[in-house]
Design a protein around this ligand. Structure first.
Ligand code: NAD
Ligand code: USQ
Length: 382
């Protein structure tokens, strides 16, 4: 299959590009490399040294004989995106290419505006490009579990049946996102649903939970293929941050009481979920929604898991409850459905102690790269 991976230089996109290339797909990466620039803006870094995209794809070709094509440019530039579509004629367009940090989107007006214009307009351009140049192309769009927020009822996969005043309908599940970033994903979902309805586009919205880990079978083949791992207070996400904090003897930064529950999955499952969605495309005009996660935990539970495995290897891990920089519920009901990807064949890599030890080994190997001043959160929602 001809597959474009937009955002293929990033944390989820790079291992997905390698995995799909290994499966024999004709893979093209599109990326404007803005994440590497944001690392510089934040004076931050990936825990693992990451090579240039050119070095990465060249090494992949040397090791496997498989070519990954690259286009360096911005989805917000429609002339560039049109050229990508004309030259690649994609059968699937996997869209990872968005500003994905909630704290970054909450820094100030400029960062909120950048996040929403980058994400919403980029996605709208993709929808128009599919309509204009590849109407049969399956859009596989990365959404987020955070679109739903934390309602006091079960979270369904995209839609909910509602009975009101004696009448019934199946409606989009209500959205209560918790940052301008998460809101951008809701706006995207609405635009995609509308485009499916009016133009007959086929789309899958993958409402992904928080991704942890860094290695996949492909990224460990060579140091040049290494994936990035964010650990700072802006782009680092809960579990990966805790593992890096345990590595350097920093207290684990649980925000507030730690009762906030979130859905999680291993990066190894992210790549497989994309393959599953690509192999079984949505129907023409269908706006399909999958909840892409394997388990959920409270943040406090995660910290305890990291403390346990860290202490098994003598790290003396301490947990510290910090004043929560975000505005979010810390004590809430959480039950989300995730059967659709499982029904299509996903076999989850669950969060065992063995998996935690494996990631901890990778963080310990790269311990000297940590910029300690970047670990604490600095961005407040208020
Ligand atoms: P990332 O920041 O590591 O990668 C995103 C990539 O997209 C970067 O390489 C960046 O340069 C590129 N990009 C951003 N805007 C672009 C644009 N306008 N044009 C071209 N390229 C652009 O992020 P990630 O962690 O790999 O996340 C990928 C996607 O998955 C995002 O849409 C994110 O919202 C979603 N997601 C991520 C997680 C997670 O835990 N990492 C969880 C749920 C959903
Ligand atoms: N948290 C802590 N301590 C930390 C970091 C985070 O307690 O050091 C808490 C946060 O307050 C929050 C939870 O952990 O309650 C998750 O925060 P996070 O930074 O791990 O994840 P989030 O901001 O939700 O964003 C990440 C990705 C985003 C993706 C989202 C999936 O950056 O791209 O969309 O996870 S989800 O959470 O399902 O919406």
């Amino acid at each position: 299959m001809r597959i474009v991976i937009a955002g293929g230089d990033g944390f989820c996109g790079w291992p997905t590009a390698l995995y799909l290339s290994k499966q024999g797909h004709e893979v093209t990466i599109v990326d404007n490399l803005v994440r590497r620039k944001i690392d510089n803006e934040l004076k931050s870094n990936s825990l693992t040294p990451i090579f240039s995209l050119e070095e990465r794809v060249n090494r992949w070709k040397e090791l496997t004989g498989k070519k990954i094509n690259t286009f360096i440019g911005d989805l917000n530039h429609y002339d560039f995106l049109s050229e990508v579509f004309k030259q690649t004629q994609p059968e699937a367009f996997v869209h990872f290419a968005e500003q994905r940090s909630a704290p970054y989107s909450m820094m100030d007006r400029e960062h909120a505006v950048y996040t929403q214009s980058n994400n919403v307009i980029g996605n709208l351009n993709v929808l128009y490009a599919i309509k204009e140049f590849a109407p049969d192309c399956h859009l596989i769009k990365l959404g987020t579990m955070g679109e739903y927020g934390t309602p006091n009822i079960d979270i369904e996969e995209g839609y909910i049946e509602i009975e009101h005043n004696g009448r019934k309908d199946k409606l989009p599940y209500p959205k209560q996102p918790g940052s301008f970033y998460h809101l951008s994903k809701v706006h995207d979902s609405h635009n995609i649903m509308f485009a499916c309805k009016i133009w007959g586009i086929r789309a899958t919205d993958l409402n992904q939970g928080v991704v942890y880990g860094l290695h996949t079978d492909e990224t460990v083949m060579d140091p040049v293929l290494a994936n990035r791992l964010d650990y700072d207070g802006v782009y680092g996400t809960a579990l990966n941050r805790f593992l890096v904090q345990a590595t350097i003897g920093h207290d684990l930064t649980v925000y507030g009481t730690g009762g906030q529950t979130r859905a999680f999955l291993n990066i190894k499952d992210t790549v497989r979920c994309i393959e599953i969605a690509a192999n079984k495309p949505a129907d023409k005009g269908e706006f399909r929604v999958f909840n892409q996660f394997t388990e959920y935990f409270s943040v406090g539970e995660l910290a305890e898991k990291v403390q346990k495995v860290g202490n098994e290897i003598g790290l003396g891990v301490q947990i510290k409850n910090l004043e929560n920089p975000r505005v979010e519920a810390e004590d809430h009901y959480y039950h989300a459905v995730n059967t659709k990807l499982r029904d299509l064949g996903l076999e989850p890599n669950l969060l065992t102690d063995e998996v935690l030890h494996e990631i901890l080994k990778a963080t310990l190997d790269n311990k000297t790269n940590v910029i300690r001043e970047n670990v604490l959160p600095t961005i407040s929602w208020k």
